[in-house]
Design a protein around this ligand. Structure first.
Ligand code: ZN
Length: 237
């Protein structure tokens, strides 16, 4: 795939989600010339249990951290949608808002999480915001972004239907596509380091361990894996 011609929209619930989940792939694609836009559905305001932390300060801090991470990874565009962190639902309103963003940016590729995963290992229950974000992202890709009669009001905003070519779903229990991130692993770790309020990266070895585990099945030193939906066949793309 010629990444220089790709427009990639990455849709997740929280600032820092793409750094953890798809940061190596995005650093690689950015380096290869893709135009990448990160969309954060929530405001990140539930990212602290410190009772003295003011909500507005936390939101601002997380946006600053995210901008730094995007600079490191070569991600040019960021959208903060401002839904309340920790209370996300895959509503029709959210689907419409995401459809608007998709029709505006016109991505060839959308990247999101897996809506079906409740458990990762035995120590982490998948955050409900992550599932809600993934459901809403997929429902916006199909059918609403490509179908004229759905959300007709978007036509008044000069936003005609747009068909996304591929959807890359991270965190699916049965992945079918592996991206070798060996050359971009250190960039992934450096980008994650910007999220000081959320994670202590330290020597970054836990990230190297995850990437090694994801790469093992595909005989890659370090990888991120996906289930890839191809909504347009290769000749049409
Ligand atoms: Zn998250």
């Amino acid at each position: 795939m010629d990444m220089a011609t790709q427009r990639v929209m990455v849709i997740f619930a929280h600032p820092d989600d793409p750094e953890f989940m798809v940061g190596g792939t995005m650093a690689k694609w950015a380096r290869e010339g893709a135009h990448i836009c990160y969309v954060f559905i929530t405001d990140g305001s539930a990212g602290s249990n410190d009772p003295t932390m003011r909500k507005a300060d936390l939101i601002a801090m997380r946006q600053r951290e995210q901008r730094g991470a995007c600079d490191t990874a070569g991600v040019k565009d960021i959208v903060f949608m401002g839904y309340t962190d920790g209370e996300l639902q895959p509503t029709l309103q959210l689907r419409r808002d995401l459809t608007r963003l998709i029709r505006r940016f016109k991505p060839t590729i959308v990247v999101c999480g897996d809506p079906t995963s409740w458990f990762y290992g035995n120590g982490y229950i998948n955050h409900p915001d992550h599932r809600a974000a993934a459901i809403a992202a997929l429902e916006a890709v199909f059918p609403s972004s490509e179908t004229l009669p759905i959300f007709r009001e978007l036509l008044d905003e000069n936003l005609p239907p747009h068909k996304v070519h591929q959807v890359w779903i991270n965190g699916h229990p049965k992945p079918d596509t592996w991206v070798d991130i060996s050359a971009d692993l250190e960039t992934k770790i450096e980008a994650l380091r910007h999220h000081v309020s959320q994670v202590t990266v330290g020597d970054g070895d836990f990230i190297r361990k995850w990437a090694a585990e994801e790469g093992a099945t595909a005989n890659m030193a370090y990888a991120e894996h996906y289930k890839v939906m191809k909504l347009v066949n290769e000749e049409q793309a």
